[in-house]
Design a protein around this ligand. Structure first.
Ligand code: XIL
Length: 358
């Protein structure tokens, strides 16, 4: 009965939305022009489950999409932690030398505050977002610009962000040690410690994280990350924790046991940990098993954070497959929790179950 009435309503609304055109476009939560309320707006909020577990559940967002009602509606319903996908990076804030533009980043913060969310700043020092003008600076000029950038940005958001990714992706992929960035070349290896010290002076309250990818489980990269942060701790550098990005594929995820062991050894240093940029690619799997495998991977790895007392947060790098950096970076995929039309995917259920300790 109910089904029949819903189907009838959908047909009427569909006809209305299409101006009477009886097109054969399928309706429902996954159709491109669906008139129905997406299930992302009706399924139980992830943030409630996260709160019960004592965790933050976050998403990276793009300021330009906050005006889209479905985007901001699903975001506000499910997440209690927010990260700017690009707007707080150096070349977004200071594309030309001499003056920060915080408008887009401030819009994200305002949205988060209006929706009872905490905010994580991302990322003060990253080789991937260095403004072009920085490339021509001498070592001493770079030193001044580096300090000024970290200080002015951290001061601007002081009191509004609870944490910063201070240094992002500083370890090389080839196990050679530190990545050969402009910062390392011109400021020396101690640029990492310096960045944390400057950020701490500018914002005494914010938790300060080192953030990287590929070192989620136990491997050479995570050993390097461990050595780096252990050294920083030993020198008394004000670092509070490590973010594990977790950009992974469903066919080859890090093992649950290795991620748990890695988190645990970082926690033993007195550090917090978090999953900072999770997405799970599925394009290489057979179509029939993709969504279920993805659900299992999300559930398994989010559960590791839920079980680790020093893991405070899980942040996803976006939340809808309609807007993910993965498509441009790795090819068309569906790596997130909600589909192109904001329908809740099995991945959503996996995360909900993990946060609910099921
Ligand atoms: C990415 C954004 O998602 C893209 O939109 C942008 O073009 C490049 O940066 N690791 C990080 C993030 O720490 O800042 C990156 O974000 C993705 C990889």
């Amino acid at each position: 009965m109910v089904r029949l009435r819903l189907a009838l309503m959908a047909t009427i609304l569909g006809a209305f939305a299409c101006g009477g055109d009886k097109s054969t476009t399928p309706t429902g939560p996954t159709s491109p022009n669906s008139p129905t309320t997406p299930t992302g707006l009706t399924v139980p909020p992830l943030r409630d489950a996260a709160q019960s577990a004592g965790k933050l559940v976050g998403a990276a967002v793009q300021s330009g999409l906050l005006g889209d009602g479905r985007y901001s509606g699903v975001l506000g319903r499910h997440f209690n932690y927010l990260t700017a996908e690009y707007e707080m990076k150096w070349d977004a804030i200071e594309p030309t030398r001499g003056g920060n533009n915080f408008a887009a980043a401030d819009a994200i913060v305002a949205y988060g505050q209006a929706n009872g969310m905490k905010i994580k700043g991302h990322a003060l020092i990253w080789h991937g977002s260095v403004p072009s003008w920085v490339g021509s600076l001498s070592a001493s000029e770079l030193r001044a610009a580096f300090e000024d950038h970290i200080r002015s940005v951290a001061e601007h958001f002081r009191g509004r962000v609870v944490a910063w990714d201070v240094v992002n992706e500083a370890i090389a992929d080839d196990n050679s040690g530190l990545r050969d960035t402009i910062f390392r070349q011109k400021l020396g290896d101690q640029y990492i410690a310096d960045a944390f010290r400057i950020a701490h002076q500018a914002d005494l309250q914010a938790l300060l994280f080192y953030n990287d990818y590929g070192g989620e489980g136990l491997n050479q990269k995570s050993n390097r990350i461990y050595d780096l942060v252990q050294g920083l701790r030993a020198q008394g550098v004000p670092i509070d924790g490590v973010g594990l990005q977790m950009h992974i594929t469903a066919g080859n995820p890090p093992s649950e046991g290795n991620v748990a062991a890695n988190m645990s050894r970082l926690a033993s240093l007195g550090l917090m940990v978090n999953i900072s940029e999770m997405d799970v690619r599925i394009r290489d799997l057979p179509a029939a098993t993709r969504l279920e495998t993805q659900r299992t991977v999300y559930k398994t790895l989010v559960s590791v954070c839920v079980a680790e007392p020093r893991c405070d947060a899980v942040t996803f790098w976006g939340f809808t497959d309609a807007h993910s950096w993965i498509d441009a970076q790795f090819g068309a995929d569906d790596p997130l929790l909600f589909d192109d039309n904001y329908g809740a995917k099995p991945a959503y259920s996996g995360v909900f179950d993990a946060l609910s300790r099921r």
